[in-house]
Design a protein around this ligand. Structure first.
Ligand SMILES: [Zn+2]
Length: 334
């Protein structure tokens, strides 16, 4: 099911906890509800299809789409299902208990330097297999027209356009065909490749953090045991990964001849990942988990935006002062 993308995510929260929609041209909640997407949110909300938290963050079509999908297949509102799941034994603020109690997880870990090298190689491999041509085709077919009527800061925040490996090449893709072969064109391409490598490495770090938060520092959530296996040296894959994994599973199943001394990774101090909605006025972003919010406030991205905002305010103050001084000078001389 597709939900028509007709406006960007909501950008601000009013005192009642609702989001306002000014940057997509909807002045207020009422205005938003008159739009096609807004009327859909309203209908879902009235039918109790959407959880309250989803309603508030309903700028993303995927949440609505999922709520409708659930209703269509289960004949029951999503909000009811989630409430029931949370109240089960082993349930938490995030959902129900584990469906398969005997589940276990293997986390293949790798020395950071080796991992970075692998990720860089993967990007090079993608380039060799024709990534640039693919991006050019995609850009020419879908993106060029679209960008003509769009604010660029918004254009890359939606759907497939936010995927890693596309927006990094924007400056190169938007060159004219003959410009791409020039030195500066080639430099832009190189810059795109470097940026892609950088964001890929960053993404990998985020994944590691996510795994830790979800499985090792989880507070109230039921999670399977997770075993760490070392995949740094692929020449020793069988000894370091395959055999230990088979032994762990065999021992868990109580099969004869399978023994292991490997223990699940120890739990670390839990983070408070309870649900709490916050809105960052500086970055114009909504956060639904308390932990995400705390991380965001300490993040470089937030600090950068904050510094930018302060600089702007200072400039404005200076400009106002100058105007005032000029007016006073003019007054004095008359
Ligand atoms: Zn922020």
């Amino acid at each position: 099911m597709t939900v028509v993308e007709e406006c960007t995510p909501p950008d601000r929260q009013d005192s009642s906890g609702w989001l306002t929609f000014s940057h997509c041209g909807h002045k207020n909640k009422k205005d938003f509800f008159k739009s096609r997407r807004g009327s859909l949110v309203l209908r879902l909300k009235k039918a109790n299809f959407l959880e309250e938290s989803s309603v508030r963050g309903a700028g993303t079509g995927s949440k609505m789409s999922r709520a409708m999908q659930i209703h269509a297949t289960k004949g029951q509102p999503q909000s009811e299902i989630i409430t029931a799941q949370r109240s089960q034994k082993g349930g938490s603020s995030h959902g129900g208990p584990l469906r398969f109690k005997n589940a276990m997880m293997f986390w293949l870990r790798c020395n950071e330097e080796v991992l970075d090298k692998r990720l860089d190689d993967r990007v090079d491999d993608m380039m060799n297999r024709g990534l640039v041509q693919e991006l050019l085709d995609f850009h020419n077919t879908y993106n060029e027209e679209r960008l003509k009527n769009m604010d660029k800061s918004v254009a890359y925040t939606q759907g497939i356009f936010q995927s890693i490996g596309f927006k990094e090449f924007h400056p190169y893709l938007t060159l004219k065909a003959e410009e791409r072969d020039t030195d500066s064109g080639k430099q832009l391409l190189e810059k795109g490749i470097e940026d892609l490598k950088l964001v890929t490495r960053r993404y990998a770090r985020r994944q590691i953090k996510w795994i830790k938060n979800r499985f090792i520092r989880s507070k109230d959530r039921e999670v399977p045991e997770i075993y760490g296996l070392d995949a740094t040296d692929l020449d020793t894959w069988d000894e370091n990964v395959l055999k230990p994994a088979i032994d762990i599973v065999g021992a868990r199943l109580g099969l004869p001849d399978y023994k292991t001394s490997i223990k699940p990774l120890p739990k670390e101090d839990p983070i408070d990942n309870s649900l709490e909605e916050n809105f960052c006025n500086v970055c114009q972003r909504v956060f639904t988990e308390k932990y995400q919010w705390e991380v965001h406030l300490k993040s470089n991205r937030h600090k950068r935006e904050l510094a930018k905002k302060k600089r702007k305010e200072n400039q404005q103050n200076e400009a106002t002062k100058k105007v005032k001084a000029t007016v006073e000078d003019a007054d004095a001389s008359t």
